[in-house]
Design a protein around this ligand. Structure first.
Ligand SMILES: [Zn+2]
Length: 676
């Protein structure tokens, strides 16, 4: 039988793909692409055709690997996971070979000189490729090159150990409780889980773990302050020299090593610190720009955060400790807004939300979205939609897989199925995967969403529009590809605003039994709740972002990482809540020490500022203003990574980004404060 993964281009034939096809398809494709790569490397005259050939090679690999990795996320089986894990190193190895090809690097360097600067997308493609060659260490003297490879390898090991320590420390903590009175307030679901766990271990009472949902539930709902304080201490001392497991999995030494090796690798590539290395692929231009950005946000938010804390203490009628904040915040939220998920769900049946979401997209971008039932999917829940222009020409499509089920990865995301491409021998329209984990419908009722779910759906759909409305011909810079990390959340966070807009809520809501729209008071309360404690949340994120950034920007090998000093200084300047001396937050900061957010955690806030500022253009002219939407589509969505993100933004907004719209959205600034 033919291998369905090796079929000619087009939509994958999901139903025919078996785990047994994976290895064969990957090996054969890589072999074929390797020989194409060698051929490209030996071509004597550098021309843009070589760049196009690289695009085709990478797309061919995506055509095979994309469906495999997608299926492994949405309908995983042990066989598929095994096949996936077996092939992953082969795929990465090919990526490394490509990224470290000296011959291609020389060719692209020549191409850069030969290419007419007015071909923006071509120039961008070449400059991105050259940048990635540089970041992979191509062109270094052999000794430095080997050292660089060694550093990258060791760093990966240290980061994995950091994660492992954190996981072991988290898993090892258990709290056994036998007196029911000690557990008042904790949600029923959490209690029954704890009871089951106790039974499993042959204990009476309740046994609690330290996974994030348990931790959050105890912090937000447990009336018993001793329990909250015990949990707080366990959480903030994981993998450290403090707390219930002091010294067992201490990450402190690893932090030191990781920061040092990052610094060394950045120096080898010609940067003066690791923060500069991180910014080489981001929209922010300099370390100074990022620090000023964060400090300015902090300065404006701090007084509001202080007021929010004062209000909370007044509400609690006492001074609060860190383990009291979530608990009293939850109580204050209830007393102020009284909105519960259960009250809102009936108003957001999924079919109504989807129909409203499509109306929003159609109104904004003049597109038409239709479902298609003759397209092969991987599960009966999945629906395929096609997108057309207002003149009826096809633009692309997307698969929506929205319900939770066993063997499906949690969370929500957008991924690429097919990437837009217009090259000789390869012409293809973009197709996206839109994946969520909502509660499925029952036999009698449709799926009912919380408002958080609705916001998530809009967010992911914003990513999908970025992918689908691209007009770029080269896959590596079309859609979300090539868009810097600190700008890629712009369209998704932008679209979230529509899930809150008073003009949109009637379109996306309707009681599933009566069809009645969301009552006006509920709508108003919902909107008011959006900025609840936004100052405290902002300050918290800024503390993390500043710590991450300064640690990498100010590293001096003669002094070490100065982790504690940096954090203390930031807290003195920024934070409003005093942090206990036993708190070892850095030892648990896996985004930065285990993951790939190093000197990049600020990206969350950066993109939020861009999104709020872009949306504010619509606030001035009307949220469905045709002209503004047309410009948003052409400047941001259609262009994507084919131009500098700042140019795209300035083109749309007519000026540099401003912090004010986000601060207004969060209720931190009022229009009056800005004008005064
Ligand atoms: Zn996102």
């Amino acid at each position: 039988m033919k291998n369905p993964l090796l079929k000619p281009k087009g939509l994958p034939v999901f139903n025919s793909i078996q785990a047994s096809h994976v290895n064969d398809a990957v090996q054969r494709t890589l072999e074929k692409m390797r020989s194409k790569l060698v051929k490209a490397e030996t071509s004597t005259t550098p021309s843009f055709q070589t760049a196009e050939e690289m695009e085709r090679i990478q797309d061919s690999i995506h055509q095979v690997w994309g469906p495999i990795s997608h299926l492994n996320s949405v309908i995983s089986t042990p066989e598929l996971r095994e096949a996936y894990n077996k092939c992953l190193p082969m795929i990465s190895e090919f990526g490394t070979e490509l990224a470290q090809s000296e011959k291609l690097w020389a060719m692209f360097s020549q191409l850069e000189k030969d290419t007419d600067p007015s071909y923006t997308a071509k120039r961008q493609l070449i400059s991105h490729t050259l940048r990635d060659f540089k970041l992979a260490g191509v062109g270094l003297p052999i000794e430095s090159k080997n050292k660089f490879k060694e550093l990258v390898k060791t760093l990966a090991q240290y980061q994995a150990s950091f994660e492992q320590n954190l996981m072991d420390a988290t898993d090892a903590f258990k709290h056994h409780e036998t007196v029911k009175a000690a557990l008042v307030g904790i949600p029923y679901m959490m209690l029954s889980r704890a009871k089951e766990l106790a039974e499993k271990e042959g204990k009476i009472g309740w046994l609690f773990t330290l996974d994030p949902p348990t931790y959050q539930a105890i912090m937000a709902h447990a009336e018993n302050e001793n329990l909250r304080s015990l949990y707080y201490k366990a959480w903030v001392t994981r993998a450290s020299d403090q707390g219930p497991q002091a010294g067992r999995w201490d990450n402190r030494v690893l932090i030191e090593k990781i920061v040092r090796l990052r610094h060394e690798s950045a120096l080898l590539l010609g940067f003066s610190n690791y923060a500069e290395f991180s910014l080489a692929t981001k929209m922010a231009n300099s370390t100074k720009e990022v620090l000023t950005f964060l400090q300015e946000l902090a300065e404006k938010s701090r007084p509001v955060a202080q007021t929010e804390l004062d209000e909370l203490e007044a509400f609690a009628e006492r001074r609060l400790n860190p383990w009291d904040i979530s608990y009293f915040s939850e109580k204050l939220r209830q007393s102020r807004f009284g909105l519960s998920d259960n009250e809102l769900r009936p108003y957001f049946p999924l079919p109504t939300v989807i129909a409203g979401l499509f109306v929003v997209a159609e109104k904004l971008f003049g597109i038409k979205i239709n479902s298609q039932n003759n397209v092969e999917t991987w599960h009966p829940d999945v629906i395929y939609y096609e997108i057309f222009s207002d003149e009826g020409s096809p633009i692309g499509g997307f698969f929506a897989d929205l319900f939770t089920r066993p063997n499906k990865r949690g969370g929500a995301w957008m991924d690429e199925c097919l990437v837009r491409c217009e090259l000789e021998g390869l012409s293809q329209r973009p197709v996206a995967y839109l994946v969520c984990n909502f509660n499925p419908p029952s036999n009698s009722d449709p799926a009912l969403l919380t408002h958080d779910d609705v916001v998530t759906l809009f967010h992911e759909f914003g990513h999908a529009l970025h992918h689908l409305l691209t007009e770029v011909d080269y896959p590596s810079i079309s859609g979300i590809n090539g868009v810097p990390w600190d700008a890629v959340e712009l369209p998704s966070q932008f679209l979230e605003n529509y899930a809150w807009a008073p003009e949109v809520l009637p379109l996306i809501s309707g009681h599933y039994l009566t069809g009645k729209a969301l009552p006006t008071e509920t709508l108003t309360t919902l909107n008011a709740s959006r900025s609840f404690q936004a100052g405290l949340a902002m300050i918290r994120q800024i503390e993390f972002a500043l710590f991450d950034f300064k640690l990498h920007a100010e590293y001096d090998p003669t002094q070490g990482s100065l982790t504690e000093e940096i954090l203390e200084n930031i807290r003195n300047e920024v934070t409003v809540m005093k942090v206990p001396t036993f708190n070892r937050f850095p030892n648990t900061f896996s985004h930065v020490f285990g993951g790939s957010y190093a000197a990049g955690y600020y990206s969350y806030k950066w993109a939020e500022v861009l999104a709020a500022d872009a949306f504010s253009a619509f606030k001035d002219s009307g949220i469905f203003d045709e002209e503004t939407a047309r410009r948003f589509r052409s400047c941001i969505l259609a262009t994507g990574g084919s131009r500098e993100a700042l140019d795209n933004f300035q083109d749309f907004r007519g000026r540099l980004p401003s912090l004010d719209p986000l601060l207004i959205q969060d209720g931190i600034l009022t229009k009056e404060t800005i004008n005064s």
